[in-house]
Design a protein around this ligand. Structure first.
Ligand SMILES: Cc1cc2nc3c(=O)[nH]c(=O)nc-3n(C[C@H](O)[C@H](O)[C@H](O)COP(=O)(O)O)c2cc1C
Length: 369
């Protein structure tokens, strides 16, 4: 393909998420960096990384999951957004991205039943129901009604802090088996009250969070929701139901839906290996098609994209409006620029060494040097 043709490609067309104008369709999917300090404050190293990512040319950068409540920590050195004391650092992060010409969304998260005991001071993890978690070998505690409402407020307050700090959008992390996702899933939500019992009631937690976020940030601020198309667990969420839930999220105020899948307990996992070679690229493409048929808001499709051709293909085939990349941008933060300059493929081998959190001091590529 000629340079001219590449530059005319779908991937490099401008696009929008509500009022937000993106220069291209490449999104840095949320990626925990292990670079905040022990309390969750933004550090100079984190600012350097975000400067590099913004200069690398992604249309939108989504931060690693930022904590909305101290009970929701899954890893040490996660960014925090659960108190005003973190606002100064969050503002510096948003400013750094803007100064380098980028846009940035703050991802809001609570780890729920996936929180390891030693990371949450040996308190029992919170969940909709007491379903044993094999990833931590712990049985969580079912939240009371008052605790669920407290968490709705915690997500909304963190979104308010994000907007006040200058972020261009927030993303609600409602995927990967974490707290919001565990309320959506029939496998982990066994309640019979306002928060669970059938699909409609399992969706209430996410819907109430979205409504409260809207009250805090207003209509003219972009709100994205990251959802599992499939839990890959017996009795978990499957694509048809996920697409219906996505539609409910759109009605509740979501401006875009990011499609992903898997949990910390699932097989296949969220981070699949062997993508180039024997495995298929873009492993949620068929789910993306289903979501696109149901929704009017843009779909960000994340999971296993490595080559420019597969990304273009998914966009042209009506499976996505934007492409989310995590591991490829750990490997090459400037990959969007490289693609723009005719590169065909990421160097990422999907070895997952970057995600061995307990063995590395910060998230970085350990393979492709
Ligand atoms: C090191 C690492 C950290 C991640 N942290 C987050 C996170 O904080 N929030 C989230 O929603 N997904 C997180 N993910 C998952 C990615 O956003 C993405 O869904 C997944 O890696 C598949 O995309 P990929 O094939 O482009 O890597 C992380 C992935 C990696 C490799």
């Amino acid at each position: 393909m000629s340079t001219e043709a590449l530059r005319k490609s779908r991937l490099f067309e401008g696009t929008g998420i509500a009022g937000l104008r993106l220069k291209n369709r490449i999104v840095r999917a949320a990626t925990f960096e292990k670079l905040a300090d022990e309390n969750g404050a933004v550090t100079p190293e984190l600012l350097d990384l975000y400067g590099e990512l913004a200069e690398g040319g992604s249309g939108l950068i989504i931060t690693g999951g930022a904590l909305v409540h101290p009970t929701g920590r899954t890893l040490r050195q996660m960014v925090s957004a659960h108190a005003d004391s973190f606002s100064g650092g969050l503002k510096r992060l948003a400013d750094t991205v803007h100064e380098a010409g980028g846009l940035v969304a703050l991802q809001l998260t609570h780890g729920g039943r996936h929180c390891p005991l030693k990371v949450i001071n040996f308190e029992t993890p919170l969940a909709p129901s007491e379903v044993h978690d094999t990833s931590t070998d712990t049985t969580p505690r079912a939240m009371t009604d008052a605790e669920v409402w407290e968490m709705v407020d915690a997500f909304a307050s963190a979104a308010f802090r994000g907007r006040a700090a200058g972020f261009d959008a927030v993303e609600l992390h409602a995927a990967h088996g974490y707290l919001v996702s565990s309320f959506l899933s029939p496998r982990t939500n066994l309640r019979d009250d306002y928060w669970g019992g059938d699909e409609e009631r399992r969706s209430h937690f996410s819907e109430e969070i979205l409504k409260s976020i809207r009250q805090e940030v207003g209509r003219d601020f972009s709100v994205i929701v990251k959802l599992n198309a499939e839990d890959h667990m017996p009795g978990g969420i499957a694509p048809e139901e996920a697409a219906r839930i996505a539609w409910k999220m759109e009605l509740a105020g979501a401006d875009a839906i990011e499609v992903t899948g898997g949990t910390r307990e699932s097989d296949p996992p969220t981070l699949r290996k062997k993508i180039q070679g024997d495995g298929p690229e873009g492993y949620y493409r068929s789910a993306g098609r289903l979501f696109k048929q149901k929704l009017t808001v843009p779909v960000i499709l994340t999971g296993g994209f490595r080559t420019r051709a597969a990304m273009e293909d998914a966009l042209v085939a009506g499976e996505a409006d934007l492409i989310g990349l995590s591991r490829p941008l750990i490997c090459e933060p400037d990959l969007p620029r490289l693609f723009f300059d005719c590169a065909e493929s990421s160097d990422c081998t999907s070895c997952n060494k970057c995600a061995r959190f307990s063995r590395i001091d910060s998230v970085r590529c350990l393979e492709s040097f």
